[in-house]
Write a protein that binds this ligand. Sequence first.
Ligand SMILES: Nc1ncnc2c1ncn2[C@@H]1O[C@H](COP(=O)(O)OP(=O)(O)OP(=O)(O)O)[C@@H](O)[C@H]1O
Ligand SMILES: [Mg+2]
Length: 134
Amino acid sequence: MEETYTVDLQGLKELAHKLAENLKGNEVIFLKGDLGAGKTTFVRYLVEALQPEEGTVVRSPTFAVLNEYRTQKGNVYHADLYRVKNFDFTDYVGNGILLIEWADYLKDLKPDLVIEFKVLDENRRKVKIRTAEG
Ligand SMILES: Nc1ncnc2c1ncn2[C@@H]1O[C@H](COP(=O)(O)OP(=O)(O)OP(=O)(O)O)[C@@H](O)[C@H]1O
Ligand SMILES: [Mg+2]
């Protein structure tokens, strides 16, 4: 299934909150799109919607590769492979919501959801949400 939205920041937040409600807590989600398209911003809203433990701040994991957040729906793992290209996710898959930016070079991991971000203009993004078949 595939759904496309055109959203400003507020719309992106609403989309993230809607998705948060529908997640079971063990999904693998690939986040695609250019630098600055809104992938990390989406994760920030998503984690926020999942009621993280107090003091949680979502930052880009570009340097840490993987950040971990505790929420009411279990752990959220947020990875960014822009620099490293590959990473062993064995310990994370199925143990929380796993969100991966720049997953293009990952060979062995299949996503349950792919979310694609496209910059339309400064404040608007096209967001395509695709669920895996079968
Ligand atoms: N509608 C929108 N959706 C998402 N981000 C938006 C929107 N409008 C403006 N922005 C801004 O665009 C920037 C998106 O940056 P963000 O770090 O989320 O991108 P990214 O896709 O994670 O990039 P990178 O690949 O470098 O990690 C933020 O500064 C955000 O405030
Ligand atoms: Mg990012």
